[in-house]
Design a protein around this ligand. Structure first.
Ligand code: FMN
Ligand code: SF4
Ligand code: FES
Length: 597
């Protein structure tokens, strides 16, 4: 008898049927097998291999790329986020408490196999920091050392624990929202969504020609919300003329950059908005099917969207003769398995094909050679969620709701040293000071802002005296930064900037996929130099070496992870050079009240 239950194998076979190639279901299968067998092993791979027609060795190699498949084995695995927003709110106390109670160091398991402890990179819930995940359970949010200590009584206690936070996303007064449901509501069913005007825009879009839809979205000024801000309608026109080949839409819900946690809110509160946006985008690019890729840690959002998809098939919105259009419409959802680089569009395509998520060299671009080699467009989850409102209310309305060159609202995620961290639906072009003080409640009394990272940690940091700036793609360039994912991290006057730079650098070092020498080595060197300076062992020459290293990484690699790592480090050095120098001169970190890293 094999290690895997027949029910698990049946589930995996059913999943394979959704894909043109079996390996599309590989990560799903590895998750299911790991849960069933308690871990992945040669024997487990051997049982799965015939289903995927791949050698055991190759399957083991793919699995080894993903952090969720390489964690130590134990009944209850504590995964504590130690990236920046969580460190700013006490993640180190959580790690220390667990180390003390379990008697182990991060990266290891107790000898009896009951518990394991891991430090992980951002879990995508930065406003409810500190955040812990036990196995693949829903997140434990706003965790305290006292609470986490109670979970070490037994693995069962840890596995049953629940600590949800209140709804983290809001439409502030005076804003007419169209992404989030109002008043903390969740529109999870087709009926909820339809009652609130849903699935009307797709009916209108179905009367339009594909080019007409793309032109409207282009005129509206919708720019991608995945980080790069590319004009969405224009991207859609890059698809080649229709021929006999299948065409795909790949929807990016990998959301793993520290400070970024907004796609999760749409998935958890308005999943049918995503599906309607996907259907309209699919009409525009004439796609046969869409696949949504959601980071592996987002177990709840994955379940909610999957349920919404199933319900849509049952309601005749998807499937044969979808909505009576006399054509088939398919959407399916895939889980990732813990790798930031799978958010980079070509890394995501590789991962969706059941491979290691290593970015591809371009050209060819996805529109020419995408998912399974077919023409593909990649859009972010939030990006497609704007589309129903554009179709329903027009390009002019959308433009008016944002800033010049950056139409519409966006979901600003604010975390770090603010009183009311959360996600706020606001027009692009809103002032950064207002985002922080008016919507996120400002800082604790008596504290001032030292630094703000405006759009996820790969975006250059700005100083506290630069926050009177409109938050849109063009205006932020005036203070030498970019909007990125609009994930705003606020650091107060007590914070050590070398330490912050070091935590960010650790992220890039950990997440580099290792294909390019400049990135693989450069991210490691940056981290080592920053750790040395923070530890009081730095030299003045290190500052030049650091600047040289970032220059040697920029615009030289296969993907933009290396650029993000370089921009982040060089901006900290440029904006806060005197802090770097005072570490070196004093031979220690001079910020005694700073957050712990
Ligand atoms: C290292 C790296 C990580 C990325 N992670 C994400 C991500 O998690 N989600 C996302 O939508 N885009 C991410 N992107 C951007 C994507 O490559 C791509 O531009 C985006 O998904 C396109 O969608 P959009 O035009 O709607 O923004 C990442 C890019 C890089 C270089
Ligand atoms: S730049 Fe870094 S993450 Fe991107 S492909 Fe090269 S090594 Fe991988
Ligand atoms: S959840 Fe911890 S930094 Fe994002």
């Amino acid at each position: 008898m094999g290690l895997l239950a027949e029910t698990t194998l049946k589930k995996i076979r059913a999943e394979i049927a959704y894909y043109p190639h079996a390996r599309g279901a590989l990560l799903y299968a590895l998750h299911a097998a790991r849960e069933d067998a308690g871990g992945l092993s040669r024997e487990v791979y051997a049982e799965l291999a015939p289903l995927f027609g791949m050698p055991v060795r190759e399957m083991a190699e793919v699995a080894s790329f993903y952090s969720l498949f390489t964690q130590p084995r134990a009944r209850a695995v504590f995964q504590v986020c130690t990236n920046l927003s969580c460190c700013l709110r006490g993640a180190r106390d959580i790690v220390r408490t667990l180390e003390h109670r379990l008697g182990i160091k991060p990266g290891s398991a107790t000898p009896d196999g009951r518990f394991a402890l891991c430090e992980v990179e951002c879990l995508g819930s930065c406003s409810t920091a500190p955040v812990v995940q036990v196995n693949r359970n829903p997140y434990l949010e706003n965790v305290t050392p006292e609470f986490i200590a109670t979970l070490t009584e037994s693995p069962e206690r840890a596995l049953e624990a629940s600590r949800p936070a209140p709804v983290a996303s809001t439409i502030p007064d005076g804003v007419e929202g169209y992404l989030l449901p109002p008043n903390g509501q969740r529109w999870l069913t087709v009926e909820d969504y339809r009652r609130n005007g849903g699935y009307q825009a797709i009916l209108k879009a179905a009367t339009m020609a594909p080019k007409e839809i793309a032109d409207l979205v282009k005129t509206a000024g919708l720019r991608g919300r995945g980080g790069a801000g590319f004009v969405t309608g224009l991207k859609w026109t890059f698809m080649p003329p229709r021929d006999q080949r299948p065409r795909y839409l790949a929807v990016n819900g990998d959301e793993s950059e520290p400070g970024t946690f907004k796609d999760r809110e749409i998935m958890q509160r308005n999943p049918h908005l995503i599906l309607e946006g996907i259907m309209i985008a699919s009409l525009a690019i004439e796609a046969n099917a869409a696949f949504i890729y959601v980071r592996g840690e987002y177990v709840e959002p994955y379940r909610i969207v999957r349920r919404a998809i199933e319900e849509s098939y049952a309601a005749g919105i998807l499937g044969d003769n979808a909505l009576g259009f006399n054509r088939r419409f398919d959407i399916h959802i895939q889980p990732g398995a813990g790798a930031y680089i799978c958010g980079e569009e070509s890394g995501m395509l590789e991962s969706m094909e059941g491979k290691k998520g290593q970015p591809r060299k371009r050209p060819p671009f996805p529109a020419q050679f995408g998912l399974w080699g077919q023409p593909t467009t990649v859009d972010n989850i939030e990006t497609v969620s704007h589309v129903p409102a554009i179709i329903a209310r027009g390009a002019e309305w959308f433009q008016r709701g944002g800033a010049p060159n950056s139409g519409g609202h966006t979901l600003f995620g604010v975390s770090g040293h603010v009183k009311r961290p959360g996600v706020f639906e606001l027009p692009l072009g809103v002032n950064m000071r207002d985002v922080i003080y008016r919507y996120a409640g400002g800082l604790e009394d008596g504290r001032t802002i030292k630094a703000v990272i405006p759009g996820g940690v790969s975006m250059p940091v700005v100083r506290g005296d630069q926050i009177d700036v409109a938050m849109d793609h063009e205006s932020l360039k005036r203070v030498n930064t970019l909007l990125g994912t609009a994930g705003v991290i606020v650091l107060d006057d007590r914070s050590c900037m070398v330490r912050a730079a070091m935590v960010v650098a650790h992220f890039f070092k950990y997440e580099s996929c290792g294909q390019c020498t400049q990135c693989r080595e450069g991210t490691g060197w940056i981290y080592q130099m920053l750790a040395r300076i923070e530890g009081g062992k730095g030299h003045r020459e290190d500052l030049q070496a650091l600047a040289d290293c970032t220059r040697f990484m920029e615009a030289k690699c296969i993907c933009a992870l290396a650029d993000g790592a370089a921009w982040a480090a060089s901006a900290f050095l440029r904006q806060f050079r005197s802090e770097f120098e005072s570490h070196i001169d004093a031979g220690r970190c001079p910020f005694e009240e700073s957050f712990e890293a």
